[in-house]
Design a protein. Structure first.
Lengths: 160, 371
């Protein structure tokens, strides 16, 4: 009887833990559960975007070096004011190769802005230094905001 | 209880448990948690700064040390062409509160494509009736600001003068270039129809000055990036294809290096640009002033005015074009108007950029029509 119980225990344990590890999902299979317009509206409830403007296409290339060919979706907002470190980058890379390149460019943009603030706005410098580029599938996002944790969570939960 | 009987099942259970769980950094693995890749940070040498302050609030020479060096001032970094730069002091200042004000009102309509989402806005900027010239105070520069009359030209015709220009400079110039870029988005600013100083490029960076513009590229330098790559201005300006360079410097120079040394650096910088872009025309914009009783005392209005006076002489001696933008933004005491300031110091609001746009159009109209 005890042996049967032990065997049943082992079998049930094996089945219980067989769910570990999650699904093998390709990066291309991740998608946004909402449109970028909807996402922007939700973000605007957590951050004042009234002084922000959109970077896309030529302006995104000029400001960051990110080419239109390397991404299929973008929502990039930066403030007009040069003395604010705030920024919201949401980008879907074209493929895995582009993903690494876009990530490097985002980090470079962040580090460049951090260097600019180092001498006269140390708080902004620190905010940028504490910022990381998040990746899920082919999506990247980088947020500098008063409510960056909430906004990053909002973005991450929108990608499945 | 016979413990030995449970040994084998326990061992099996242990083996099963050890095979569970995956590496959380694999972006393909987890279905619940976000995947966050840690990013490496460039290690920067720590610089200690001694900041003695004089009784009048101005900054004297900065004494600083860099790891590995025992002298009070570091060896100037060499740029790739062998020119040396002044020592790179760093300032440590209290941060000013920022409260941006906007002259625009926002509409709720939205338009979107698969690549871009925007929110349309109306603008308060007039495009048919330019405002009267601003009052000029007793501290006015000897070269008056350009008028804002377009002499029969349309807004777009006047702005076309700047279509082959690149705007170069510091954080104050950066706000102008951001302002310019923003208004090229037709969905956000339908009144401009997607056209606002179209063609004009920008190479700007906060903390940039004529002195640190001569530094070598490093993790400490703040050279503006051209399409994501940091490079010195004499290398990036030719890549923009610009024939006109509109430059604004001073606020990050005069308190640290003085007026004379900074004028010399300005000359060296322009010479380096001309080496790679000999046909370039230079338009030197005056440095703008802080508000009265600004939260930061340096650079002072008077020092910046001395800088502007020196710039006027510099331009006359070298045949460069000088544009007095400063007095158009001042109150009757010769300080930046408080309603044009967004940080209780020296940086400007979008309302001030309306004046910038009018001045630049007016200057262009004068040049295009021979007025």
């Amino acid at each position: 009887m005890k042996k049967i119980l032990c065997i049943l225990l082992i079998i049930s344990t094996v089945f219980a833990f067989s769910a570990c590890g999650g699904s093998k999902k390709a990066p291309e299979d991740y998608a946004m559960s909402k449109s970028l317009i909807e996402l922007r509206t939700e973000i605007s409830s957590k951050a004042d975007l009234s002084e922000f403007f959109v970077l896309s296409g030529e302006s995104l290339l000029d400001y960051t070096g990110i080419t239109a060919e390397s991404c299929t979706e973008t929502l990039v907002l930066i403030p007009e004011s040069s003395i604010s470190a705030d920024m919201i980058f949401i980008i879907k890379a074209a493929d895995s190769d582009a993903l690494e390149n876009v990530k490097a460019l985002l980090e470079s943009y962040r580090d460049g802005r951090a260097a600019e603030f180092k001498s006269y706005a140390p708080e902004e410098h620190q905010r940028l230094s504490d910022t990381k580029v998040n990746v899920k599938g082919l999506y990247l996002w980088m947020v500098v905001s008063e409510n960056s944790a909430e906004i990053e969570k909002l973005i991450g939960e929108s990608i499945n | 209880m016979n413990i030995k009987k449970f040994a084998l099942p326990a061992l099996a259970l242990a083996v099963v448990l050890s095979g569970c769980g995956r590496n959380g950094s694999d972006p393909e693995s987890t279905s619940a948690a976000e995947t966050t890749l840690s990013t490496t940070q460039t290690t920067r040498p720590k610089v200690t700064v001694e900041m003695p302050v004089s009784s009048d609030g101005t900054w004297p020479s900065v004494i600083f040390t860099v790891p590995g060096q025992t002298t009070a001032q570091s060896t100037p970094p060499l740029s790739t062409d062998g020119t040396t730069a002044s020592t790179p002091p760093q300032t440590s200042s209290t941060s000013a509160s920022t409260s941006a004000s906007s002259s625009t009102t926002k509409q709720s309509t939205t338009s979107a494509t698969t690549k871009q989402t925007t929110t349309s806005r109306t603008t308060a900027q007039s495009t048919t009736n330019p405002p009267s010239p601003p009052p000029v105070s007793g501290n006015a520069l000897p070269v008056a600001p350009p008028g804002t009359e377009l002499h029969g030209l349309t807004r777009e015709q006047a702005e076309a003068f700047w279509s082959d220009a690149v705007f170069v400079g510091d954080s104050i110039m950066m706000h102008w270039t951001n302002y310019m870029t923003a208004r090229r988005d037709a969905a956000s600013y339908p009144d401009f129809g997607g056209k606002f100083f179209n063609g004009a490029k920008s190479l700007t960076a906060a903390s940039l000055g004529v002195n640190n513009a001569l530094w070598a590229v490093s993790s400490e330098s703040v050279h503006p990036k051209y399409q994501g790559q940091q490079m010195q201005l004499w290398n990036s300006i030719p890549l923009t294809g610009a024939k006109k360079v509109v430059m604004m410097f001073g606020m990050n120079d005069v308190a640290l290096y003085g007026v004379s040394a900074s004028i010399e650096s300005y000359g060296r910088l322009i010479d380096l640009i001309k080496t790679n872009a000999p046909e370039t025309e230079f338009y030197i914009v005056s440095a703008t002033y802080p508000i009265k009783n600004a939260v930061k005392k340096s650079p002072s209005r008077d020092l910046l005015r001395d800088w502007n006076l020196a710039l006027i002489d510099f331009c006359r001696a070298n045949g460069y074009n000088f544009i007095n933008l400063t007095d158009a933004l001042c109150d009757d005491e010769g300080y930046l108007r408080t309603d044009f300031c967004n940080d209780s110091w020296i940086h400007q609001t979008s309302a001030a950029r309306v004046v910038w746009a009018d001045i630049l159009r007016g200057y262009a109209a004068d040049r295009l029509t021979g007025n």
